[in-house]
Design a protein around this ligand. Structure first.
Ligand code: NDP
Length: 319
């Protein structure tokens, strides 16, 4: 590939948003190039069952869904490449994106579909035990904890999903929730609460981990700041984080509007950013829904807007 390659439509990211944008952009002959990033297929490659993506009446798995989307994009000629965007210059069109710190592409239109990354609590022990019992992906690492005891931190749908997945492998799963209720959807809450080998520890905060050469337990604080505050210790072999995500927007923040959490702001109901020809799709711009289907839909919208922009017919107003 040449240095400073020029492309009409550059897509960064390979989750449902990126691949769907690639399907639409390649069918529209935009000569689209997509860089797949750190985790080809995105967050769904670390998910098990996907029951709510339309078109799969019996459900499917995250990896199968992403492979299907990838193949569909490839079928229409999308140029799908390994590589990570390491720098961006959106000061003027064509927009310049550097890949792997080596080559720079000039793009007439840019679709940012870089998704979001799992959050950690920020405890030094998470680093100390990285790869030795600490994980942010139950489906990646759950296998290692068959018939063992694990803990999942978080009270949202992800935490419930991870706890349920682990409950089928591990002997016992603690779900550590900082509030006195689960934030997850009702159906997920019910599944967790009905699973005999999941114990929910409401109003517990994690203070640290312990173990010699690997995680052997967690130190918790129950009802922090209350008169009956209490230190609690649980023996565990694995510690899983499921406390939300941070949008992967750092490279683009100097040029685009973001909210306080870093989610890229687009015009309401559209993938259009404040820059003409630059669009944001999927979780990087969505703090609210964060579903595969909504990501895919916004990828479709971004590709349609890119096509309109390139043909000089963009209909959505620019900020
Ligand atoms: P959420 O933001 O919904 O939940 C994060 C959870 O982590 C909350 O319970 C939060 O606690 C807790 N948390 C955050 N920071 C800390 C901390 N420092 N210490 C302890 N606990 C912490 O994230 P999810 O990843 O669960 O879900 C994101 C979105 O994706 C949601 O809209 C969800 O519905 C959706 N989703 C849907 C699925 C499905 O439909 N199958 C599967 C997975 C996700 P608190 O409540 O106290 O703020």
């Amino acid at each position: 590939m040449k240095e400073n390659e020029k492309v009409r439509c550059l897509i960064i990211g390979s989750g449902p948003a990126g691949y769907t944008a690639a399907i639409y952009a390649s069918r529209a002959n935009l000569g689209c190039v997509l860089y797949e990033g750190l985790q080809p297929g995105g967050q769904l490659t670390t998910t098990t069952e996907v029951e709510n993506f339309p078109g799969y009446p019996q459900g499917t798995t995250g990896p199968v869904l992403m492979d299907d989307l990838r193949q569909q994009a490839a079928r229409f000629g999308a140029d799908l490449r390994p590589g990570i965007a390491t720098a961006a210059d959106l000061s003027a069109a064509p927009y310049r994106i550097t890949i792997d710190g080596t080559k720079t592409l000039e793009a007439d239109t840019l679709i940012i579909a870089t998704g979001a990354t799992a959050n950690y609590l920020g405890l030094p022990d998470e680093q100390a035990y990285a790869g030795m019992g600490v994980s942010a992906c139950a489906t990646c690492d759950g296998f290692f904890y068959r018939k063992k005891t694990v803990a999942v931190v978080g009270g949202g749908d992800t935490a419930c999903e991870e706890a349920l997945y682990l409950s089928s492998l591990a002997a016992k799963v603690y779900l550590i929730v900082r509030k006195d209720y689960l934030r997850a959807s009702h159906v997920m809450q019910q599944r967790v609460l009905r699973t005999p080998n999941i114990e929910v520890l409401f109003e517990h905060q994690v203070k640290g981990l312990y173990g010699d050469g690997g995680v052997e337990g967690a130190r918790l604080l129950r009802r922090q700041g209350q008169p009956d505050q209490e230190d609690v210790s649980i023996a565990i072999d694995g510690f899983f984080l499921a406390i939300g995500h941070t949008p992967n927007s750092t490279l683009f923040r100097p040029w685009l509007d973001t909210n306080e959490a870093g989610y890229i702001l687009t015009l309401p109901g559209s993938p259009c950013t404040r820059l003409p020809g630059v669009f944001a799709a999927g979780d990087v711009a969505d703090p609210h829904y964060r579903q595969a289907i909504t990501a895919a839909a916004s990828g479709c919208m971004a590709a349609i807007e890119a096509e309109r922009y390139l043909s000089g017919q963009q209909t959505a107003p620019q900020g």
